[in-house]
Design a protein around this ligand. Sequence first.
Ligand SMILES: Cc1cc2nc3c(=O)[nH]c(=O)nc-3n(C[C@H](O)[C@H](O)[C@H](O)COP(=O)(O)O)c2cc1C
Length: 594
Amino acid sequence: MAVNKEIRYALDYHEATKHSEASLMTSRHYLDFDNKPIPFKIYLELPSIPLPINFPTPEVNALSCISGMISQKSSDDMKGLATAMTSTDNTNNSITVSGVPNFDIESLAEILFFSAGITRELKYPYGKYYMRAASATGALYPIELYVICDDISPNLAAGVYHFSPPDFSLTQIRKGRHKRYLAESTANNQDIANSAIIIIFTSFAWRNAWKYQARSYRHWFWDSGVIAANLLATTHAMGLPTRIIMGFLDDNISQLLCLEDEREACVAIAAIGRQGPQGNVSTVSQQQSERDRISHVPMPKIRALSKRDEINYPEIWELNQASKLTSKQEIQNWINNAYHHHHNMLSATSHRSQKKGANNDDTVMDVPNELDEEVIHNSRSLKEAILWRGSSRRFARRNISSSALRTVLYSSTRGIPMDIFREGNSLIDIYFIANGVDGLIPGAYFYNRNTTASTTASNAPASIERIKEIASSRNISGYLCLGQSLFGDASVVFFLMTDLHSVLRSLGNRGYRASQFEAGVIAGKIYLAAYALGIGASGTTFFDDAVTEFFSPHASNKSTMIAVGVGVPAYKANPGKVLPRRLSKEELLTQTLA
Ligand SMILES: Cc1cc2nc3c(=O)[nH]c(=O)nc-3n(C[C@H](O)[C@H](O)[C@H](O)COP(=O)(O)O)c2cc1C
């Protein structure tokens, strides 16, 4: 039964998993290290194919890739492609499927490595940690990536594969072409049907719930979002148009990937590259026989995640179930509702800005509508930014320049190519506390993207508005981030917020997934932009209601999805490396993994 519209599920979950001083004090949870889940999904009996390790690396300027603009020419090309694509074909029930793209296995290896490959190996007396290209809450890495492709000549046959970062290989889950099934499972999504390759993000719930319990459902989307930020930047660098799809039939995808019910689930799908439409149209009986074929595969055996039993948190599965989409019609309505939601929000914003008048006294700084050439010139390539990235563990209490702040804000808010967004749309508002930014008095600020009904976010000027000055801003930013001193020492702490009631009214419970995911992508972009500039960043959790209260009345109707601190690291870090093959399959099957 479709319950997506019964938004009490998302509201109750959000309320029940808020952090507060009281919730921390009364929590009896402890970390059972003896039962800590391993960070890899290891199939016991399925064949695996090594990925090439001599893949190309993204040498393009990072800031341009993060913001989605490689060069004027190629960005225009991309716009052309984007307009040529329609995300979901609402009018036609048949599916057009493209043929094999001009896409090689080295390109696939590049995308997978720079999204989720191993970039650092840390040795401790109790074991090794394998850190990855994108951040992950608690370094627990709950997100798995699956690849769906047609034949990629000559080394990779059409099939469904699981990406295994530690031995840099693909495990074959199914043989054959499945793009048509996927297009069908996304209401005839033409980005899927015409893609060169598809990457699906799933979450293995226990891996993160071990530490974060029921709140870990939020992390499914945070941890997927930061990987998606890397993936989007990498595919931009490669000139491959990419769209993220959250409108899918959950149960179809679980079946295709052989995910175990109430243990793992799909979070998002990335349709990458584009082939001109070629193909064949599936009949109703073909669709039925494909569905039958999909459902008749035994569940593959995997290595146990933990020594002892996994703990199931019913709150997670209740909301995941209540936010499922169960028919093509429901997917189409979901996407249409998202467009209406944005239209209504834009009208409201326009109304508000008219009331305020053009000369807004609160504006303290404009954010130019393009990247500064000199900043680009002095910043890192995408390869360097991803390899240098690693959550800062200590910030010096030093200022960052206002140009760095503007660049981070600009680069992370150019819009995300997603099925529910038209260009530049967003569910997220950015608030921040400035502790040490040249030209800004310490205090609370709002990043006004100045999106009005008559202009799109991509061409309207944005500005920074002061909400209030605070002498002890460092105490407050540290306190709001669960009292972690790291976020008192940061130069700026961003709080990515959304009007949750309004989003849920338009998008149902699945709007909760979308808001958390979008915040994850923006957080991932903030990370990358900071490292592109040679400064540091770390994601953080927060006291939910205290953040809303602090930014109120401006943010009184908003809920925080994610927070991220940016600052100058207090130590000299070393860059990560391209470390694709760290463990053999035998080691994965037999070793104790930290
Ligand atoms: C959304 C998010 C929230 C995080 N929250 C915290 C936090 O509250 N405190 C902290 O010290 N690190 C936090 N981290 C950083 C992770 O612990 C870190 O990403 C992980 O250890 C992996 O290390 P790496 O980012 O250096 O690769 C967070 C990361 C993300 C993506």
